[in-house]
Ligand binder design. Structure first.
Ligand SMILES: NC(=O)c1ccc[n+]([C@@H]2O[C@H](COP(=O)([O-])OP(=O)(O)OC[C@H]3O[C@@H](n4cnc5c(N)ncnc54)[C@H](OP(=O)(O)O)[C@@H]3O)[C@@H](O)[C@H]2O)c1
Length: 260
């Protein structure tokens, strides 16, 4: 299937590792110029060098998506380096475990900032560049917990529901501009953040044992996913083949989530 992505310009936040890194690589393999950011300078620069091996233009710099001025600079510099922006993948984020009684106001603010406000800020800054192209794509990397709340991940459940509403509402507003906005909802995928949890909570178990035990109660496929099982659908949503899909919410979660 020809996705028609050759020569497009894509910005992926949190592109230094995990899902963002895999999505950036998938888009680079399809011929997109790529801009990535993350907070840790050494990691983002290393990822940038590795992505250059695909023979596309790559712009990589440290930037924190919770800092409005860093977002402004990152998006403006990305557009300059890539000659415009066609695609924005809002991926940067992290889990903030905790139930209603353990989460402080500060925890809530931080979680909203890294999840919802990062999407708002990056989308706002990218919008003039997408409009200048006559259309574009925004893909928000979200979580199944937004539709399938779990009190152990209380802030994630509430804030990811807001990210779903943001996606749907932005899709409605930007349809006339031919800017298509979709959400990809992750269940459990093995990435560095989960590898850290494994090292902390179950270092005596193999990865398969540790993640298998966590998955068995919730995931019909009985296992965690791999980042390359997410990146394909993101590339598809960014492509010409997805030209009539906007405001959609697509789970990549091995069947997790007991809802219709
Ligand atoms: N993996 C899962 O099972 C799962 C499930 C549901 C949702 N998600 C969502 O999927 C996205 C990617 O998760 P992942 O599992 O790939 O996480 P990860 O392995 O921890 O990677 C996260 C990436 O985002 C960057 N990042 C984090 N905070 C940032 C900030 N404030 N500003 C800029 N970059 C930032 C990280 O780099 P730095 O640390 O250097 O900034 C890294 O590049 C997140 O939004 C996460 O909430 C993942």
């Amino acid at each position: 299937m020809d996705l028609g992505l050759q020569g497009r310009a894509a910005v992926v936040t949190g592109g230094s590792k995990g899902l963002g890194r895999e999505i950036a690589e998938e888009l680079a393999r399809e011929g997109c110029g790529i801009a990535i950011c993350a907070r840790h300078e050494e990691e983002v620069e290393r990822a940038g060098k590795e992505l250059s091996a695909f023979g596309v233009t790559v712009y990589a710099r440290p930037a924190d998506v919770t800092d409005p001025s860093q977002v402004r600079e990152f998006i403006a510099e990305s557009a300059e380096a890539l000659g415009g922006i066609d695609i924005l993948v809002n991926n940067a984020g992290r889990a903030h475990p905790g139930n209603f009684e353990t989460l402080t106001d500060e925890d809530w603010r931080e979680d909203l900032d890294v999840k919802l406000f990062s999407m708002i800020r990056c989308s706002r800054e990218a919008l003039p560049h997408l409009r200048a192209r006559g259309g574009g794509r925004i893909v928000n990397i979200n979580a199944v917990y937004g539709k399938y709340p779990d009190p152990r991940f209380f802030a994630t459940s509430v804030d990811r529901a807001a990210c779903l509403a943001f996606t749907k509402t932005l899709a409605a507003q930007l349809g006339p501009d031919n800017i298509l906005v979709n959400s990809v909802n992750i269940g459990f995928v093995v990435t560095p953040q989960w590898k850290n949890v494994h090292q902390r909570l179950g270092p005596d178990l193999t990865e398969d044992e540790f993640f298998g035990r966590l998955a068995e109660a919730e995931v019909p496929l009985g296992r965690f996913g791999r980042p390359d099982e997410v990146s394909g659908i993101v590339a598809f949503l960014c492509s010409d083949r997805a030209s009539y899909i906007t405001g959609a919410s697509i789970d990549v979660a091995g069947g997790m989530g007991r809802y219709l």
